[in-house]
Write a protein that binds this ligand. Sequence first.
Ligand code: G4P
Length: 527
Amino acid sequence: MHIKQETDMRKTFAIISHPDAGKTTMTEKLLMFGNLIREAGTVKGKKSGKFATSDWMEIEKQRGISVTSSVMNFPYKDYKVNILDTPGHEDFSEDTYRTLTAVDSVVMIIDATKGIEAQTIKLFKVCKMRGIPIFTFINKLDREGREPFDLLDQIEEVLEIETYPMNWPVGMGKRFLGILDRYNNQFVKFNGNDPESYIPFDDLHSGDYQAITEDTTFKETEEEMSLLDEAGDQFNIEKVLKGDQTPVFFGSALAPFGVETFFDTFIDLAPTPKARKTTEGLIDPIQEQFSGFIFKIQANMNPAHRDRVAFLRVCSGKFERGMTVTLPRTGKSFKLNQTQQFVASSRDTVDEAYPGDIIGIYDPGVYRIGDTLLEGKQTFEYDEMPQFPPELFKRVTAKNVMKSKQFKKGLEQLVQEGAIQLFTTYPMENYIIGAVGELQYQVFEHRMKHEYNVDVVFESVGERIPRWLKDQQVDTTLFDDRNLLVKDREGDFLVLFKNDFALRWFTDKHEDIALIDLFEVNQYNQA
Ligand code: G4P
């Protein structure tokens, strides 16, 4: 019973966006609601030079950006909120993608002045693939942006998801008056720097608010809203929970405006932890015995301690510090004594945790990303961690050949952490590193130097389109630099195509060779 109560209180989600759409600003506002911070500007100030409280690694401090995903948790109303931060800069990694395997829902922030941007599409694809419910916040309404109908059309067309506007903006930029909150039947009035005020729809036309209701923009918006009521899609929570419809909220994270209404509605609607797929069928979160999986491994978060921390999502039962768990991959058992919960930069010891919670466990080098940990005699494993296609590729060597032993060790360990992927050319064995973003190379270079004492040299292979070969019996003579044949860590062949043209040229010429896009494979595995 206790486990069910605790599980039903958990709301575990991530905020995704293209850089500069306002993720940090939004996170900050949410942390203020949770009383975790009192002052805006403490999470990250790019210009002021203040660093994110979630910046752990030295490289993050040097650059003032957030590389690693962090986790923040706080109580809000009747709930316990876990926000998983995803790296917010242009350069994100597989970590960002993987974080999405550990959440129950996602908040997608879109800049109203820009609409959907490249990174939103990539992150959205992963959510869609996993059927994660997506709540959309269209930000920066205090600026002149694109028309709301255009923005909805774009979401529907580009992301192929039904939209349901939970509120509808009355003007924008200088003419911004507020939002008609369709879900809570109230007009939320924008008062500039003063707090917003709320007027129930029923009272709006009572005569007391003529200054508002007689405004031309307001009248036009009311008409638009009746159009939406008549012709738009119906709100459908089942569709939302399956990831087929996204509730859309308009507002401004900076003002802040509409953020509290958004968060209250989101918290009510967002799903609590549900049963998850395993090798032995679905496992209910409220079952007695503890289980969870590792979605991220991070080394040296605190340079003073050369530790590795594995991030574990609790999926069922109750976690207690000191408990003994089994790792089904190896059959070995461990006692989990050193555990942490993450609240921005401080790391508190955690004594117990419930489904939906994320805890950090000390990793003496035995865990891998995707590992399941189980209490008692259970034997199942959570669904395999999907592999995500890297986009950038570089050849890597040690500057000093005498250091090749450390080089290999470092390479192996960093690859195991999963921020980068390792490939070897064939038949000549050269190392190629693939990553989702450029920053991962800088992190890799920095860590090889500081943790393994090896200077590395990169040689760019450029942006490439990776396609795995379905049939591994390949004629190696068909490949050259434009369609580079390499092997992945499992020894499977894939081809790194130089561009779309090279890919098309190859597929036209070799229709009999089946190529697989990893996104498609993942989608297939999830179905
Ligand atoms: P990110 O984490 O998604 O990269 O975005 P972030 O919150 O850092 O916001 C990017 C820029 O957009 C910031 O300005 C921020 O102040 C601004 N911004 C966020 N929300 C709103 C909004 O609702 N309205 C308006 N007008 N601007 C918004 P900056 O000048 O680039 O950075 P900073 O030095 O102020 O941090």
